[in-house]
Ligand binder design. Structure first.
Ligand SMILES: [Zn+2]
Length: 395
């Protein structure tokens, strides 16, 4: 166990079935006029979530302005546009309502509503200028309706610059939400396929945070708990979306995995996925991660087996009886394949989303250039050729 670490987790989290209504009474709202950021899709309106949020805010003395253009892979143009709407309406905080794309966008909009220039001026990696953010962003309130990105419990936001095919994560102490509401009842309407994609994304946040060189005791505890809960309850939530016990367990696992992202880090597995979905925006993040995972983690388990057996164990594999360190580590790959099958994603291949094997060198270059930071915390330093071979083994 590490005995030197830095623990910072500043988000207040209100968790539990039915908790959305606390928005009407909570004393922790950070302002009086909210920009409510939602996706361009219909689900927030159709399910009544938008009306409920606007109504509860009103009961709590807060006016709302809506921004409803966010795409599944959110783009920088909408960040700039949303920030302009926030400034013009003198909003003093931003509410992200929906899945990861809406909440991530709300963080980026909060940065640009309070700062000059272009969003890419502040991005580290790729063609970003990496400048420090001069002014404190507007405060963000996150209300998550999916159990996937963990963005309600971390500072990260992932935005795509379409013209240069760059999908880059950004975040710092100023982009943690000040308040997050996680109400598993809002997740009952997520269809099975997306429940599986999002749950697998949360699973990999926990797994990667456990394996990253910057792990710490608190991230280890949250990570192992999240991995155990997802292995047990995600297959249930996929099969029976109305099972509130399973939805609640997966929702908590996702939020815990978000804290893992805050306290530790994702690995280059995420860089590889971001490159694939920057080239093919129709590829859902969780689908891309799942399709890359067996190849990626088999490679990592061979190179640095040390931390894999603990993950295999909490997923129910009896690895103690296995003779070698490598076999114990590969017990995680066995468990991973079982989980992928149990959530119905065993036939998922990158080629289904238009990714081609001969793109592998270009994807590897993009992953290492735009999201190079995550390679620094991998337990094994990957070479360019090794990244290409990880991609190629997915076909
Ligand atoms: Zn992710």
């Amino acid at each position: 166990m590490k005995t030197n670490f830095n623990l910072f987790m500043p988000t207040r989290i209100i968790f539990g079935p039915g908790k959305l209504k606390e928005l009407s009474t909570t004393p922790y709202l950070p302002g009086k006029k909210a920009l409510v950021v939602i996706s361009a899709g219909k689900s927030m309106k159709k399910n009544g979530y938008l009306d409920r949020v606007v109504g509860y805010l009103k009961q709590n003395g807060v006016e709302s302005v809506m921004f409803d253009k966010i795409l599944p892979n959110p783009i920088v143009d909408h960040v700039m546009e949303g920030a302009k709407v926030a400034r013009e309406n003198m909003c003093d905080f931003v509410v992200g309502l929906g899945g990861g794309s809406s909440i991530d966008s709300s963080k980026s909009i909060a940065v640009m509503a309070a700062n000059p220039g272009h969003y890419w001026d502040y991005i580290h990696g790729g063609s970003g200028k990496g400048r420090p953010v001069p002014n404190q962003p507007l405060p963000v309130v996150a209300i998550t309706t999916t159990a996937g990105t963990g963005t309600e419990a971390d500072p990260w936001t992932v935005i795509t610059k379409s013209d240069t095919k760059e999908k880059i994560g950004f975040g710092y102490d100023g982009t943690f939400p000040v308040l997050s509401i996680v109400d598993p009842e809002l997740m009952l309407s997520v269809p099975p396929e997306f429940t599986a994609y999002q749950g697998m994304d949360a699973f990999f946040h926990a797994v990667e945070g456990y394996l990253a060189t910057v792990n710490q005791p608190s991230s280890d505890a949250f990570a192992l708990m999240a991995v155990e809960l997802i292995a047990r309850y995600l297959p249930v939530a996929v099969k029976d979306g109305n099972n509130l016990e399973a939805r609640t367990a997966v929702a908590w696992a996702n939020t815990a995995a978000g804290m893992v992202e805050s306290l530790s880090s994702c690995l280059s597995h995420h860089s590889l996925e971001h490159a694939a979905s920057a080239f093919h925006p129709e590829l859902p993040h969780g689908a891309g991660l799942t399709a890359l995972s067996v190849s990626y983690f088999s490679f990592m388990a061979e190179k640095c087996p040390e931390r894999f057996p603990a993950l295999a164990k909490v997923m129910g594999e009896d690895v103690d009886k296995l003779p070698t360190k490598l076999e114990k580590a590969m017990g995680f790959i066995t468990a991973l394949k079982k989980l992928i099958k149990a959530v119905g994603l065993q036939e998922l291949h990158l080629s289904r989303f238009g990714v081609r094997k001969n793109e592998s060198p270009a994807l590897a270059k993009n992953a290492m250039e735009t999201m190079g930071g995550l390679f620094q915390v991998d337990p094994y330093k990957l070479s360019f050729d090794e990244v290409v071979s990880i991609y190629e083994r997915c076909f």
